[in-house]
Design a protein around this ligand. Structure first.
Ligand SMILES: Nc1ncnc2c1ncn2[C@@H]1O[C@H](COP(=O)(O)OP(=O)(O)O)[C@@H](O)[C@H]1O
Ligand SMILES: Cc1ncc(COP(=O)(O)O)c(C=O)c1O
Ligand SMILES: [Mg+2]
Length: 290
């Protein structure tokens, strides 16, 4: 029987609704991965409501919790670490120490970093020193990075001028260390208005994927977290990068269709669970030749 992969997921938890681990854990479990959630914050709701209650986890807790897993002899079973929304830059440093600790037990373990940054225009609120940590430290260590366009712009210090320019920017990020860059959401002058586009870039190849842009009165939150989580889950389950990319696009689109049909602001993950596991739609990743 094939072994079920194990994944340590270090990001936010919200009690009501879906963002961070509250958007990614259940879908990753639903596709067949054992998830170990480590919550960087526990908030009542995501920050785009403009108000929330709750606390940031003390950074010193992160190594203690990782050591707790080592103490019961399970750390070597960790196949990957995912990090997302951070409550502080100190948490980021503690996560990198945890990644190094896990890689000592299991050198094959992957580290996927979703560089969640704050953006006034999106309403996502993240401590400013977190962006610096992601740019300067996390990018060097991560095996896979999954920025959205705003995050890719921050990495490169400029805005993209075209699709080929997005590709050049993703390759510049690749040069900092990661072996895989997934741009979860492209924005560039001239992009067709009815499409939602993503890019997958490695040293060997580059692929572009387009899916329909759906209309929402208020953009749902947690889509990026769902995207990163499913991409890593499918890689752990044995998909090729391109297959994981295509699966992720389809499963996320299914969730958005269900969310739109319910006229809901929060992602409808429970209702969409069978569609996540077995997407009915399919989007093809097309190779980009230089
Ligand atoms: N097919 C789609 N149609 C409309 N909006 C989408 C679609 N897919 C994703 N979105 C929205 O686009 C944005 C995606 O955010 P993105 O920049 O990829 O990453 P993040 O979720 O990490 O901010 C979110 O506001 C999400 O609700
Ligand atoms: C607590 C929390 N976690 C995570 C996120 C990231 O969500 P997304 O996947 O949309 O980037 C947000 C966005 O506002 C948030 O408030
Ligand atoms: Mg995000």
């Amino acid at each position: 029987m094939k072994r079920t992969p194990h994944l340590l997921a270090i990001q936010s938890h919200v009690i009501f609704g879906h963002a961070g681990n509250s958007a990614a854990v259940f879908p990753m479990q639903r596709v067949g991965v054992n998830v170990w959630p480590l919550n960087t914050v526990q908030f009542s709701n995501h920050t785009q409501y403009g108000q929330w209650a709750g606390e940031v986890l003390a950074p010193a807790q992160i190594p203690l919790l990782v050591e707790g897993i080592a103490a019961i002899g399970e750390l070597g079973n960790c196949d990957a670490v995912l990090s997302g929304y951070l409550g502080s830059a100190a948490q980021g440093q503690a996560i990198l120490a945890g990644v190094a600790r896990i890689k000592r037990c299991n050198p094959k373990a992957l580290y996927l970093c979703d560089p969640v940054m704050g953006h006034a225009e999106k309403g996502c609120i993240v401590a400013p020193e977190v962006s610096e940590f992601l740019l300067e430290e996390a990018a060097v260590v991560a095996d896979i990075m999954c920025p959205n366009q705003l995050e890719l712009d921050s990495f490169c210090g400029r805005k993209a001028q075209s699709l080929l320019d997005c590709l050049a920017m993703a390759r510049a990020l690749l040069a900092r260390g990661p072996k895989v860059v997934l741009v979860k959401h492209l924005a560039y002058p001239g992009k067709p208005e009815d499409s939602f586009e993503m890019l997958l870039v490695t040293a060997e190849g580059r692929w572009h994927l387009r899916r329909p842009l759906l209309a929402f009165p208020r953009q749902p939150v947690g889509v990026g977290d769902l995207t990163s989580g499913l991409f890593l889950a499918r890689i752990l389950l044995g998909d090729s990068l391109v297959a994981a990319f295509e699966f992720t696009a389809a499963a996320v689109h299914e969730v958005l269709l269900e969310t739109q049909a319910c006229a809901s602001y929060e992602l409808q993950l429970v209702r969409a669970q069978d569609r996540i596991a077995h997407p009915r739609v399919r989007f093809e990743a097309t190779p980009i030749s230089l």
